[in-house]
Design a protein around this ligand. Structure first.
Ligand code: GLV
Ligand code: GLV
Length: 355
């Protein structure tokens, strides 16, 4: 192979490997046991000559790594993730390294996990499973693990981009929930979907579903019964859900986060969970991943899973393939799926193109 490409982790499937090898690349896959590689580990992987790197969201892609990659002759970096808050895009630009991400292939998989957490929280599935395994079940009772019916309740979506919209559609269509959403951009496609489904229900003699685009995020927090967070993490969304905003939510609300941990002030969340036993959360991401803030792991009203929202076989193979294509496209001088020069700066697919 003429080009040296490094992947900081083994990734699912073989398609991404074959693609690179068939196109003149010598691929090196780091098999170090350590889960999270340090900047120094990656600098030594990059070495003296490296044309492109496929990296992971746990890695700190900043000034040091992009300068090392640029010194090694590298032109391309792809995160194997849609989120890229671990990447300093300005530093990449400064060193002439194109940055890619892997949107699209994880939309439904991630939305499905958010939906799973919503249902699990509403029906107390994890608590009930623990109860069963602990041998505590001694007969059916009218009060045992009573949760809430989603039908007719309101689902709130904060960030109605691809993932947020897919989740909204699942909850509206699957469970006949009304929708309230907040996004800087209007999602007419989503609105039309809910309107059409509402008409369908009405024509069948059922209560129609409704939608509302909130003018503030607080409106969603006050009105929704289940709220799922789907913004990108940046300075404007850090601790978006803080103590004050938690206090605005219904006492029996369900909060889901499959975006990035720091979107929620996790210390405030633990306090809120303690003070409001009927309030429930489903979390896929954490503020100090892989750690949880003290107390969170003991809360019965919290469901916690280890950042697995995109973890379906189809999606992970797709992400690996897209990441390889991003790097390959730049090295070979042709974009394949998307322009690898530009990670996507918008929350919403209806957003205007960048100036
Ligand atoms: C996963 O968290 C991703 O951003 O793809
Ligand atoms: C962005 O993260 C999206 O796919 O919604």
């Amino acid at each position: 192979g003429k080009y040296r490409v490094v992947s900081t982790k083994p990734m699912p499937g073989t398609r991404w490997i074959n693609l690179l090898i068939e196109q003149d690349c010598r691929l090196e896959i780091c098999t170090q046991k350590k889960t999270i590689l340090s900047v120094e580990d990656i600098i030594s992987l990059i070495g003296d000559k490296c044309d492109g790197v496929i990296g992971q969201l746990t890695e700190d892609w900043g000034e040091k790594l992009f300068s090392a990659l640029s010194r090694a002759g590298g032109k391309a970096f792809s995160n194997m993730a849609v989120g890229y808050n671990n990447v300093d895009v300005n530093a990449a630009n400064k060193y002439g390294v194109a940055v890619g991400n892997t949107p699209g292939v994880l939309t439904e998989t991630t939305a499905e996990l958010a939906a799973s957490l919503s249902l699990s929280a509403a029906r107390r599935i994890v608590e009930a499973d623990e109860f069963m395994r602990a041998g505590l079940y001694d007969g059916w009772l009218p009060h045992l693990f009573v949760g809430n019916l989603l039908k007719g309740q309101t689902v709130g979506v904060i960030g109605a981009g691809r993932i947020g919209s897919a989740y909204a559609r699942m909850m509206v269509e699957g469970f006949k929930m009304n929708l309230i959403y907040y996004d800087l951009y209007q999602s007419t496609r989503l609105e039309k979907f809910v309107t059409a489904y509402g008409q369908f229900l009405k024509a069948n003699g059922e209560q129609p579903v409704t939608w509302k685009r909130a003018s503030t995020m607080d409106e969603v927090l006050r009105e929704a019964d289940v709220i799922s967070l789907h913004p990108v993490l940046d300075k404007t969304t850090y601790h978006l859900v803080n103590k004050e905003r938690l206090a605005m939510m219904k006492k029996e609300a369900i909060l889901i986060n499959c975006s990035r941990g720091p979107v929620i002030d996790e210390v405030a969340l633990v306090e809120h969970l303690k003070a409001n036993p009927m309030f429930r959360v489903g979390l896929d991401v954490f503020e100090d991943e892989p750690y949880m803030k003290p107390g969170l792991g003991e809360m019965k009203n919290a469901i916690v899973v280890p950042h697995i929202a995109s973890a379906s076989k189809w999606t992970r193979e797709g992400m690996a393939t897209l990441a390889a294509l991003n790097v390959l496209g730049k090295i070979k001088g042709y974009p394949i799926w998307s322009d690898p020069n530009r990670v996507e700066p918008f929350l919403n697919e209806n957003a205007p193109p960048p100036a």
